[in-house]
Structures are given as structure tokens and as C-alpha cells.
Design a protein around this ligand. Structure first.
Ligand SMILES: Cc1cc2nc3c(=O)[nH]c(=O)nc-3n(C[C@H](O)[C@H](O)[C@H](O)COP(=O)(O)OP(=O)(O)OC[C@H]3O[C@@H](n4cnc5c(N)ncnc54)[C@H](O)[C@@H]3O)c2cc1C
Length: 409
């Protein structure tokens, strides 16, 4: 039997492609015993399938890969994804923050909608190798069985949450066909800090923090909401930039998200106008929690060997104490010990090198009729529905090319 195409992997990208190719002679091979396991877990089981707003705002959400993602996202944008799901009978809803979900808030409904379109799928079919021959490809399973197709799509995902099936197989399959792999690393993940000083603040979040990150490969300032955790730091500002962070990087956390000059000016004005008032008066004007205020006061009292700091008159705070206070608030030093690994990283940064793949069709530039879609490529998006949108848009890009080239009427 010769298939038009074989899709390796029944995740978000593979299922969307299978659905788009309904009616064609397509086989999906999945190593798990059911489809879309990661899709079922996405968005805490609610599946944040895309984001609302202009597609032009999406391009910046994929790290340094704006130019690669643009054609596919533009050709099959968030509105097209929503319209497609609605055409399958899956109603969607948009949350206030712009995240789009199935109206039922059940990821299962997304998988069911796609699966209704898919005709041929085989489970417990672990693909071990893909070879080219004169007619196309031979896809070999772990069992030794060989299957034949004119085209092959590698939709095996990355290496994150390996228990869900994505164990990095796609990289090996791609390499064997001559493709290069950008070394994978955990993405959308928290960082373990060497210092455990903020442990008492776990659960506290800071709106619009600014973090200066420096290291041999890192030199950037990142901005966004920060969460203190039991291991170190998380929250969108860390998750969305973790693709650029490495163990050993030094961080300076500005919890207030304001420029040093501005905060210093405000402090000196408070000293001039309210010098008789206590430090607590000034701290109370900051948008920080009581727990954080207490933490700073305690830490400074210990460091400077003083007592009753919260009640100290603003006019009595000397230059050294002011400097230390501002540096606690605006340049809190931490070092990254590690990134939280693949077991909990929501995506994988790195993957099949984009230089060898067409950004319009997702077809290999070196092996005709070989395609890569979804997270197996060196693409990882921010949180907020951008990764599933990529899985769907890249699948749609491959689908239109496959329909033109490979599908027998
Ligand atoms: C907990 C969690 C929550 C998430 N939530 C969201 C969210 O709400 N919104 C969002 O946009 N993104 C979210 N993501 C990211 C998103 O789920 C992924 O980016 C997306 O699923 C990638 O799709 P994919 O099809 O490329 O890979 P996957 O969905 O990982 O699918 C790959 C499939 O290939 C199969 N496979 C692998 N190797 C083989 C082989 N050798 N033979 C046969 N089959 C194989 C795997 O078993 C798997 O089923 C989340 C990720 C996680 C882990």
C-alpha cells in the first residue's frame, strides 16, 4: 500500500494536518495508545488554543524567529484557526486577557473535533526510521513493519513532558535524513536560583518587574510579571524569556519596574516633605505586598545591624542605608543555578534548523516531500496560545502544499 503521506505524531500539529487533509490517502502514526495527549493537558486541561488580536502582534512572540513564522501565521492566522474549529462545531471563547479557549473549557473537545476529521490513524506505532527510496519514503516501526508513502511529515514535537510521548525522536529522524538540529533546551520554564533568600516570599507576584540578565551568552533586560516560587523565579517574565537564560547567568531584579533615578527622586522628595514620618510611610506608597515590605525591612536590619527600621524617620536615613534600600528594591542580585528541566518545561527551544526548511510550505529544502511541523522545528512561542497557534499554522502551511503536490484525486 502506498500512502500519499504518512504523518509521524498525533499531537496538535499532526492531528490538525490530518484533519486538513481529510479525504486524502493519509496515515497518522502515533506511538501512544491514544491521540493528542499533550493537547489534552494544554492550558491545564482547558486548551488555550490561540490568542486574539492582530496576527502582526504574534510575530514577536517567537524569540528571534519572527521572519520564519510570519508567512505561515499570516496565511493561516488566529482567525482562521478559530473559524476552522467553529466549522467543526467547536465553539470558542475569548478571555479578558485575550486567550482563546474552547467555549466548553475542555481540551478534550478540541481533540474530539479534530479526530472526527481524521480517517486513518494507528496507535502504538513507534516510528524508528525513515528512509528514502525511488518511490518516496519507507517508514519503519519499532516492530519491524515497513510502510510506504510519497511524502512524510515529522510532527513528533520536542522533548518536553516526555511522559506524554515527545521524547525528541524527531531530531534523530531528521538528522538521519541529513537535517541539522539546533541544540534543544527547556523553554517556557522557571529558573532555580542559587540564593534561597527569597524563599519566604514564595507565591508573591510582582507586576511589570524588570530583570537585567547577564552571562557569557546573555545580555538582556526582560520585563513582565514575576512570580517567586519554592525553587526560585517563574511567572510570564521568566517563562517567556527562559529560551535565552542559562545556568550561571546573573540577574538583577527590579521589583518595582521603575527607573532608579525616578525612585530615588521620589524618596528624596519624601525626605524633604515628610522627613519626620517613618520609613513605613514611604514603603506603604509602593505597590508591593506587606510581606515583601516586611522582608526588606528584616533583611536590611540584619545586614546593617540596626533595629526598628520601619519606624526610623525618613530624615534620619543616611546615604548608605538609602542606597542599600534602593538596591534591594531595584537591583536584587540572584544567580541562576539551573533551568527547570524537560519534565516540567512546557516547550522545547531548539530543534530542526530553520535554515533547511521552507517557511512557506514547511518542506525540507534538501529532501523533497519531507515536511516538519509544530514544535519539532526550532520554534518556541510565549505563553498565551502561541505554541498551539504555531502547531496549527505550520500544519496548515504544509497541508496546502501537500494538497497541490502529493494528494491523488
Ligand atoms: C502541560 C502543557 C500545557 C501546555 N499548554 C499550552 C496551551 O494552553 N497553549 C499553547 O499554545 N501551548 C501549550 N503548550 C505547548 C503545546 O502543547 C505544544 O507546543 C504543542 O502540543 C506542540 O504540538 P506538536 O504536535 O508539535 O507536538 P506534540 O503535541 O508534543 O505531539 C507530538 C506527538 O508525536 C508523538 N511521537 C513522538 N515521537 C514519535 C515516534 N517516534 N513515533 C510515533 N509518534 C511519535 C508523540 O507521542 C506525540 O503524540 C503546553 C505544553 C504543556 C507540556
Amino acid at each position: 500500500m502506498m500512502y500519499d503521506v504518512i504523518i509521524v505524531g498525533a499531537g496538535a500539529a499532526g492531528l490538525y494536518l490530518g484533519a486538513q487533509l481529510k479525504g486524502a490517502n493519509v496515515l497518522i502514526l502515533e506511538k501512544n495508545n491514544r491521540p493528542g495527549i499533550k493537547l489534552l493537558a494544554s492550558g491545564s486541561g482547558q486548551c488555550n488554543l490561540t490568542h486574539s488580536g492582530y496576527i502582526s502582534a504574534f510575530y514577536e512572540r517567537y524569540g528571534d524567529h519572527k521572519s520564519f513564522v510570519k508567512p505561515a501565521l499570516k496565511a493561516h492566522d488566529n482567525k482562521a484557526v478559530i473559524a476552522y474549529f467553529e466549522s467543526l462545531g467547536l465553539k470558542t471563547m475569548e478571555r479578558e486577557d485575550g486567550k482563546v479557549f474552547p467555549a466548553s473549557l475542555k481540551a478534550k473537545d478540541v481533540v474530539v473535533a479534530l479526530m472526527r476529521q481524521v480517517q486513518h490513524i494507528r496507535y502504538q506505532s513507534n516510528v524508528k526510521s525513515i528512509d528514502q527510496n525511488e518511490n518516496g519514503f519507507v517508514v519503519s516501526l519499532e516492530t519491524g513493519e515497513a510502510l510506504h508513502a510519497k511524502g512524510v511529515i515529522i510532527a513528533t514535537g520536542g522533548k518536553s513532558y516526555p511522559t506524554m510521548g515527545s521524547t525528541g525522536d524527531g531530531y534523530t529522524l531528521a538528522q538521519a535524513l541529513g537535517h541539522s538540529i539546533v541544540p534543544p533546551k527547556p523553554g517556557l520554564t522557571g529558573v532555580v536560583t542559587r540564593e534561597k533568600t527569597l524563599l519566604a516570599l514564595q507565591g508573591q507576584s510582582f507586576k511589570n518587574s524588570i530583570i537585567t540578565c547577564t552571562g557569557p551568552k546573555t545580555n538582556r533586560q526582560i520585563k513582565g510579571d514575576l512570580l517567586i516560587t519554592h525553587f526560585g523565579l517563574s511567572g510570564p517574565v521568566i517563562l517567556n524569556h527562559s529560551r535565552w537564560l542559562y545556568p550561571g547567568d546573573r540577574l538583577k531584579v527590579n521589583f518595582l519596574g521603575k527607573a532608579q533615578e525616578c525612585v530615588e527622586k521620589e524618596f528624596l522628595e519624601a525626605v524633604n516633605h515628610n522627613g519626620e514620618k517613618p520609613l513605613a510611610f514611604w514603603l506603604n506608597q509602593l505597590e508591593i505586598t506587606d510581606a515583601f515590605k516586611n522582608y526588606i525591612v528584616d533583611a536590611l536590619e540584619k545586614e546593617m545591624a540596626i533595629q526598628g527600621l520601619a519606624q526610623m524617620k525618613l530624615g534620619n536615613i543616611d546615604k548608605l542605608l538609602r542606597k542599600r534600600l534602593l538596591s534591594f528594591l531595584l537591583a536584587y542580585p540572584l544567580e541562576i543555578e539551573n533551568l527547570i528541566g524537560y519534565q516540567q518545561a512546557m516547550v522545547t527551544a531548539g530543534g530542526v534548523s530553520l535554515e533547511e526548511v521552507s517557511s512557506k510550505t514547511m518542506m525540507s529544502k534538501t529532501v523533497a516531500n519531507l515536511y516538519f511541523i509544530g514544535e519539532v522545528l526550532d520554534i518556541d512561542g510565549d505563553t498565551g496560545g502561541y505554541n498551539l497557534q504555531w502547531a496549527f499554522s505550520s500544519a496548515a502551511a504544509a497541508a496546502s502544499e501537500i494538497k497541490k503536490k502529493l494528494v491523488t484525486e
